[in-house]
Write a protein that binds this ligand. Structure first.
Ligand SMILES: [Fe+2]
Ligand SMILES: [Fe+2]
Length: 165
């Protein structure tokens, strides 16, 4: 069985993961509107990944005989002046998610919830990767600027990203 307090927090995390998915899908549309299809492709893969994250928590609750309680997803804030600003927002968001995962891990320890701790080990590693990938793109953008061919080159590169990266 799963403690109510823990279940509530996992349900909140399902919301946070689907909220992340919504943010990425919003930015996919943002890039698509600017014909930056490689960036849009990258954002769409993130959108899929975040849904998978949400479903990992969803399945975790159900496998332990708990109750999934879905919550509202807010309209994502996807206004940005340029691609650099998009990635700044994405990085801020991933850092926020990392903090959430760490707090959830603290709770799992306090409540002696061992299965949740094990699940969260995967998420702790995943967040390191998420921040690393996002920072790498942001650094590239800051280095090359957003004029003409350099942005196009990065777009072509991001178009090559496959499902498992
Ligand atoms: Fe996530
Ligand atoms: Fe993420």
């Amino acid at each position: 069985m799963i403690k109510q307090k823990v279940q509530d927090e996992i349900n909140d995390q399902i919301q946070a993961e689907f909220q992340s998915a919504w943010l990425y899908l919003g930015f996919a549309a943002w890039f698509e509107a600017k014909n930056l299809d490689g960036f849009a492709h990258w954002m769409r893969l993130q959108w899929q990944e975040e849904q998978e994250h949400g479903m990992k928590f969803y399945d975790h609750i159900l496998r332990r005989g708990g109750e999934v309680e879905l919550q509202d997803i807010d309209k994502p804030s996807v206004t940005a002046e340029n691609a650099t600003e998009v990635f700044e927002k994405v990085l801020d968001h991933e850092r926020y998610i990392t903090k959430r995962i760490h707090s959830l891990y603290d709770l799992a320890k306090e409540e002696d919830d061992y299965p949740l701790q094990t699940l969260l080990h995967w998420f702790i590693d995943e967040q390191v990767e998420e921040e690393e990938n996002t920072s790498a793109i942001l650094e590239r953008l800051e280095m090359i600027g957003e004029e003409g061919t350099s942005l196009y080159m990065l777009d072509r590169e991001l178009a090559k990203r496959d499902d498992d990266s």
